[in-house]
Design a protein around this ligand. Structure first.
Ligand code: PBE
Length: 282
């Protein structure tokens, strides 16, 4: 009889896109005959350590996240070079980067479109100039920036961004919250501007204006299945299955799926099922 390998343990992070990727992977791999055990709501660094310690077999990580946070490379490079670089460096830890999805879920700052237009703000530099101006001329109305829970501590996050944009910012001007709450907070004016993920369906759905990263601060963030070399050996065909899934995750496809969950209130499981069915994969 055939020896059965332990189930594939997969972590994903705590925002809608990652819940959808978890559902897509779980449903598709089960259909392909793999046993998979998804674990959701795992913070970036916790998930990374679990991969390195081989407590976890696979995850969906963003290329720029590994480049800057895990591998400390801040040099600017093309999306393909970014993937090639993390693939090469992470291989030394027994982590295999499969084919990246043709998408870029980058961080951005956003404002309500109406307000951005009224205040003539189109770029992060213009936002920084504005908040500096307010800070100096009307300190009681200091701008409030909304951030998610990871950005302030990340090496592709707040501190280096402040340096790149010459943005002095005192602690009381920041409000940190669950990433899923930021879109409402920006739309409803609880914050003046906030951090968004560009493939989130609420950027368009809530009529938010994404400010241009005019200094080219952010790298490219293509989501990619990352699997331990051991799991690939234990589960023949796993790489081929994941490489069939990742090319379907375009900016357009994932933004639409994100929208269905966050605006139309469908479950990630339902959205994943519809997507896989439409591609004849279930
Ligand atoms: N993000 C946006 C990435 C980085 C850019 C939140 C999708 C992440 O590491 O989760």
């Amino acid at each position: 009889s055939m020896a059965t390998a332990a189930p594939i343990v997969m972590t994903t992070k705590s925002f809608t896109e990652q819940h959808i990727l978890s559902a897509l992977t779980t449903q598709y791999l089960r259909k392909q005959g793999f046993e998979i055990e998804p674990k959701t709501n795992i913070a970036t660094v916790i998930g990374r350590n679990a991969m390195i310690n081989k407590q976890v077999d696979m995850t969906w990580e963003y290329t720029g996240t590994s480049l800057i946070i895990f591998n400390h490379i801040t040099q600017r490079m093309s999306p393909d070079e970014t993937w090639q670089t993390v693939k090469k460096l992470d291989a030394k830890l027994g982590l295999v980067w499969l084919n990246p999805a043709p998408m870029n879920n980058t961080y951005a700052f956003a404002m309500s479109a109406k307000r951005a237009e009224a205040e003539h703000i189109e770029t992060i530099s213009q936002m920084v100039a504005k908040l500096e101006h307010v800070r100096q001329t009307d300190p009681d109305n200091n701008w409030m920036l909304g951030l998610d829970l990871e950005f302030a501590g990340r090496s592709d996050g707040l501190k280096p961004l402040q340096k790149a944009y010459n943005m002095p910012l005192d602690r009381p001007q920041i409000r940190q919250m669950d990433p899923g709450l930021l879109y409402n907070a920006i739309r409803d004016g609880f914050v003046d501007a906030g951090l968004v993920y560009t493939t989130d369906g609420r950027v368009k759905g809530f009529d938010l204006k994404v400010l241009k990263d005019d200094k080219g601060f952010f790298p490219s963030y293509a989501v990619t299945p990352v699997v331990t070399a051991k799991a690939l050996k234990d589960h023949p065909g796993l790489d081929a299955a994941l490489n069939k899934l990742s090319p379907l995750i375009t900016d357009e496809a994932i933004t639409e799926m994100n929208k269905r969950v966050d605006i139309d209130h469908q479950s990630p499981q339902q959205v994943a099922r519809d997507f896989l069915t439409s591609h004849n994969m279930l």
